[in-house]
Design a protein around this ligand. Sequence first.
Ligand code: DC
Length: 228
Amino acid sequence: MKTVSIAIDGPSGAGKSSLAKALARELGFIYVDTGALYRSVGYQVLKRGGDQSDSAFVKKLLPNLKVELKYIDGNQRVFVNNQDVSDMIRTPEVSMAASAVSAIPAVREFLFDLQRETAKKNNVVMDGRDIGTVVLPDADIKIFLTASPEERARRRFRELKEKGIEASFEDVLTDMIKRDYDDANRQTAPLRKAEDAITVDTTGNTFEQSLEIIKQIVQERLNERSGS
Ligand code: DC
């Protein structure tokens, strides 16, 4: 049976992961956080003391990495060489390392099949930067989520604080702006809106308001699909 794919792309802090997760739960779909895959590679590079922008070093590492996605109690966990790394990949250092390794084409290729296969086998809400443009260009519904940099930095700052990770707001904002720039300007699969994606700007919205907007878009599209 053909599965349903919902692609949610956008810059960091736009609310992709929390909204995608809530949407997936409502629909009974699997939530696939593709950023976690890039983070798991970035984490391995840091762990082995490598330079995250040294593509030769990173490339050599890839054949020794077995990256897997598992769903435990409905939550995604990322395993690298049988170790659950899901919790240690959330630090600001790993964010920067993930952004750096994600610019290396070999890393994108390495993670491509896992993402594609997961969507082939399951109904998914998949979030990332290139889902609607590269990974699932035929996704049934594409949403491009965005918000102002200040608002996105505020949200990320709050998230880090809740997790007990130390950071200053200024550093979070500076990192966010740098990461946006790098993600949008890299040669391979840069962050950009797919032509057929619907833009949702979450600036000033509560989480519930944004979720409502997205749910409406998805319901309309799914109704159109089942009617056609
Ligand atoms: O969504 P996130 O912050 O966890 O993503 C971490 C980094 O991974 C981000 O800076 C860019 C990269 N990324 C990507 O290049 N493509 C994706 N589909 C997802 C993330």
